[in-house]
Ligand binder design. Structure first.
Ligand SMILES: Cc1ncc(C[n+]2csc(CCO)c2C)c(N)n1
Length: 228
């Protein structure tokens, strides 16, 4: 069994929990509380900044041009394409995207950022990828599940969101990261492979927690001023 197949099997409980989360169900059903959607977009905009920085770290840990090219392509993808699902959510709530940018990350998203960054400081590309992979992988499967179950048409309020994550471009991202993680895990020590598993599972947990954070509008106990 490939390392990434083992990871999928060992984390199927969290993948299932994500598919059944009320925020994800609401995306499929086409109805979500507007304040939860705003909370999600605010946090996700900042989270994606961290994710791009992680690709920068991955480049600094890369020895092959093919990897460097892939990682820089993903930064361009997040900057230029991943704004479309966000814009779809902004249209649903009728708030301009620009008004949802520059907010402090709520505790769970802050924890997710710190987790990925701390795993990446270890210096091993395989660990960095292990911490990053649940992000595109869970969204790829959410996109597929929602497309299959709800078969949304253009009038569906979240058609673009679902279509974006069910598209081939996400498959290419996930396939490349899986292939590279399998190769890096194969060459790693048993101890490092175990650390990769732990980093992957924690990111899966934090993917679930990010939906929950958005749905419950989790915030710091004492509200932070917007840092602008
Ligand atoms: C919390 C959170 N998790 C995953 C994604 C999805 N996502 C983020 S970056 C990226 C492309 C990877 O190269 C994908 C698919 C998100 N937007 N927010």
């Amino acid at each position: 069994m490939k390392f990434t197949e083992e990871l999928r099997e060992e984390n199927k409980d969290i993948f299932q929990a994500i598919f059944h989360h009320p925020f994800v169900r609401g995306l499929g059903e086409g109805e979500l509380p507007e304040d939860a959607v705003a909370h999600y977009v605010k946090a996700d905009y900042e989270y994606l900044n961290t994710f791009m920085q992680l690709y920068g770290t991955a480049i600094s840990q890369s020895k092959k041009r093919e990897d460097i090219s892939f990682f820089q392509g993903q930064v361009a993808f997040v900057l230029g394409d991943e704004i479309h699902p966000h814009r779809n959510l902004c249209e649903y709530i009728g708030i301009p995207y620009e008004q949802l940018q520059g907010f402090p990350l709520p505790p769970t998203a802050d924890h997710y950022r710190t987790h990925m960054k701390s795993v990446a400081t270890d210096g091993l590309l395989g660990k960095t990828i292990a911490a990053m992979l649940p992000c595109p992988w869970t969204y790829q499967e959410i996109g597929r599940e929602l497309k299959e179950e709800f078969a949304p048409e253009a009038e569906h309020p979240f058609f673009e969101w679902i279509d974006f994550y069910a598209a081939d471009s996400i498959d290419e991202t996930v396939d490349y990261l899986k292939k590279r993680l399998d190769e890096e895990a194969e060459a790693a020590s048993p101890e490092d492979r175990q650390l990769m598993k732990e980093a992957f599972r924690k990111s899966c947990q934090l993917e679930y927690a990010f939906w929950e954070m958005s749905y419950t509008k989790e915030d710091w106990p004492i509200r932070e001023e917007v840092l602008k």
